[in-house]
Design a protein around this ligand. Structure first.
Ligand code: ATR
Length: 284
């Protein structure tokens, strides 16, 4: 175990604001990158109670922090406090990354959608190949749909509660709604399938989620944003059919890059060493 670096008055600071925040892997990830690049910086967990978000953010700004990631339950408060909402935040309707500018302004981004696409590209999958079917209509689905649509990729959404899929289609031009009962039959029309629901997640509503991919066309990319377990039932079914798969861990790593770049000035690399570190931590 390497010694902790000495923190000084010049150390660049950022962190993750959440409640609870102890489960967040962001400190592990960012501090790994800081050490790798020899940057005089630190990234800390910031447990902030509901209702205390604005007080905490103003305090962090006053203390010279460069910015922060924001997680549950503060994502709406983060949207509200921003002085500048970048396109990603407006399109996804959410914020997970704040940058405190030198002039006191707060800039807000949502990095989930672009992190998802970057991860696909890192797996050698060209998202522009054809239409994508998203399962789920929550916040993650909206962020991913926005990033795909921005690249000209047609998106269909299937959700158990059809009204939520219709609401999503009303927010973003270019989405078609697919009936939840019909998604397995509709697979021949798609170049990629993405699960954004909690189905298949350890401790989720149905960790045995066993969809049929019998009708999936050859070469269809099958992606899951669930990363515990990394090999979800959906990805297992895809492997069994010989389809290319993309698991959720890479998205978690890629979505963190924008904040790191903004706060610490270096675009960090997602590689096997980092994935192994996260894997070991998630397994422990
Ligand atoms: P997030 O914002 O993180 O995407 P969310 O808003 O809680 O999370 O959305 C969870 C998704 O998982 C929803 O699409 C939800 O479907 P409903 O809108 O019908 O609730 C989906 N989901 C959760 N449990 C499910 C289940 N047992 N079967 C099918 N879909 C499920």
């Amino acid at each position: 175990m390497s010694a902790r670096p000495t923190l000084t008055g010049r150390t660049m600071l950022a962190g993750v604001i959440g409640w609870p925040v102890a489960h967040s892997r962001s400190p592990l990830l960012h501090n790994f990158w800081l050490a790798r690049h020899g940057i005089d910086g630190a990234y800390v967990p910031l447990p902030v109670r509901p209702g205390q978000f604005e007080t905490a953010v103003r305090g962090l700004q006053a203390a010279g922090f460069r910015g922060a990631n924001v997680t549950i339950p503060h994502k709406e408060a983060a949207f509200a406090i921003a002085d500048t909402l970048h396109r990603s935040a407006l399109r996804s309707g959410s914020v997970n990354t704040l940058v405190f500018a030198a002039d006191g302004r707060i800039e807000a981004h949502s990095t989930d959608g672009d992190g998802f696409v970057a991860n696909l590209e890192a797996h050698g999958i060209d998202v522009a190949r054809g239409p994508v079917l998203l399962l789920g209509a929550g916040g993650a689905a909206r962020a991913i749909a926005a990033s795909l649509l921005d690249r000209g990729v047609p998106v269909a959404v299937a959700n158990r509660t059809r009204g939520r899929a219709e609401a999503l289609a009303g927010m973003l031009d270019g989405i078609t709604v697919m009936d939840w009962a019909r998604w397995e039959d509709s697979l021949p029309a798609y170049a990629a399938l993405v699960n954004t629901t909690s189905l298949g997640m350890h401790g989720g509503p149905d960790d045995l989620f066993a969809p049929s991919l019998a009708r999936a066309p050859d070469g269809m990319a099958v992606c899951d944003i669930v990363y515990v377990p990394r090999m979800t039932p959906l990805l297992r079914a895809a492997r069994a059919r010989g389809l290319p798969t993309v698991d959720g861990l890479g998205m978690l790593l890629h979505q963190a890059r924008l904040g790191f770049r903004e706060w610490f000035g270096v675009d960090p690399v997602v590689d096997a060493e980092l994935q192994a570190l996260l894997d070991a931590d998630l397994a422990g």
